[in-house]
Design a protein around this ligand. Structure first.
Ligand code: 13P
Length: 255
């Protein structure tokens, strides 16, 4: 039985004050939730403040990206160690916005995943196809490549501890979520690829979560699919009540 993950990705939203107010509101609303991992991913500037506001709760904190070097002359970049120092224990890697707006390659994703693991940060690795790739029946091949290249040189133990986020690019911020069947097909294919590369135990342990226009109204049907272990939520995670509703709907036994 995999523990579901409900992760908020705030992208480039929220000042420190807004992030702290959100965290204070959410911690009340989810204080009885012990059967799901809840993760907040603030912008770098608010990681420390959110970590402080979440202290004493089960809320986890993620960075939205990192750089693979440990330190040095890399203006503008943030290392795994700096993220941990600010209070993060997870990090999002290879979000499609990083891949498409900032030219991040599968090789860069792999270097970041290995840097995160070396610092004991749990990577949340994003994969997903464009609309054009889906319409030309290349979805599963694209996912295979992203998984194979993004996870090169990982051990089975490391692969089992990952969180993989399937985020079809055409569903992000569009209001057009993948259907539960479309998402399940992609998740099953990702898990099969993980099993091929890392064995059955690692594939069975790895959480594969869905992202792309997840709403309080859609989470339940998605999260009851056998290979969907939660969600990575953008727009609907910006409001604490809406995100708390998504947490409630994504739990094994919803309230
Ligand atoms: P939306 O939920 O706004 O579609 O964003 C999804 C996403 O990119 C989460 O990382």
């Amino acid at each position: 039985m995999r523990t579901p993950v409900l992760a908020a990705n705030w992208k480039m939203h929220k000042t420190i004050d807004e992030a702290v107010a959100f965290t204070a509101a959410l911690r009340e609303q989810v204080k009885d939730v012990t059967d799901a991992e809840i993760i907040l991913s603030p912008p770098f500037t608010a990681v420390r403040a959110v970590a402080d506001a979440a202290r004493g709760t089960r809320l986890g904190i993620a960075g939205q990206d990192l750089f693979w070097e440990t330190q040095g002359a890399f203006t503008g970049e943030v290392s795994a160690g700096l993220l941990k120092d600010a209070g993060a224990t997870y990090v999002i890697i290879g979000h499609s916005e990083r891949r498409h707006l900032f030219g991040e390659t599968d090789a860069a994703v792999n270097a970041k995943v290995r840097a995160a693991l070396a610092s004991a940060l749990t990577p949340i690795i994003c994969v997903g196809e464009t609309l054009e790739e889906r319409e030309s029946n290349r979805t599963l091949a694209v996912l295979d490549r992203q998984i194979a290249e993004g996870l090169t040189e990982l051990t089975a133990e490391e692969a089992g501890g990952l969180i993989v986020a399937y985020e079809p690019i055409w569903a992000i911020g569009t209001g057009r979520s993948a259907t539960p069947a479309q998402a399940q097909e992609a998740h099953a294919s990702i898990r099969a690829r993980l099993e091929q590369a890392f064995g059955r135990d690692a594939a069975a342990r790895c959480r594969v979560i869905y992202g792309g226009s997840v709403k309080p109204e859609s989470i339940r049907k998605l999260s009851t699919q056998p290979d969907i272990d939660g969600a990575l939520v953008g727009g609907a995670s910006l409001d604490p009540s809406r995100f708390a509703q998504i947490v409630a709907g994504g739990r094994p036994t919803p309230v």
